[in-house]
Design a protein around this ligand. Sequence first.
Ligand SMILES: [Cu+2]
Length: 140
Amino acid sequence: MSKTLVASALVMLLAVPAAAATPGQGEFPPLPKPGRKVPLGKEHYFTYGFTHQPKLGTAVMRVEVFTQDGKRDTSFAIQGDADMPSMRGAHSSGPKPFALSNKGVYLLPVQLVMPGDWEIRFSFLKNGQAVLRGAYLFDL
Ligand SMILES: [Cu+2]
């Protein structure tokens, strides 16, 4: 095997972990704070936050997606999963699709059934592929 072949084989091997860096199922890194612009792939960003200060009962999570030049984008499918990390699975909604409003805002009602630590896990999908996963942790 020539040195060039060895080198290109090495490059291919090294390229695998880079491809695996896209968060997979089960990995939900913490998101920046609500209201911040969060990069979404190379061409988009999004903002998120509750429509009102959350309290016990139903709260509505709102997500807005924009292209880098600020045009609203509704081409993603977004899922949200609310749960309490300290009692994982006890109140999990399972992944639920956000609905698109007439104005192109993604909305998801979540049931906050007890005080304590909560987490909403977001999955942003395009053509069935996860572009970004992330979690919002907050106390109620
Ligand atoms: Cu609980």
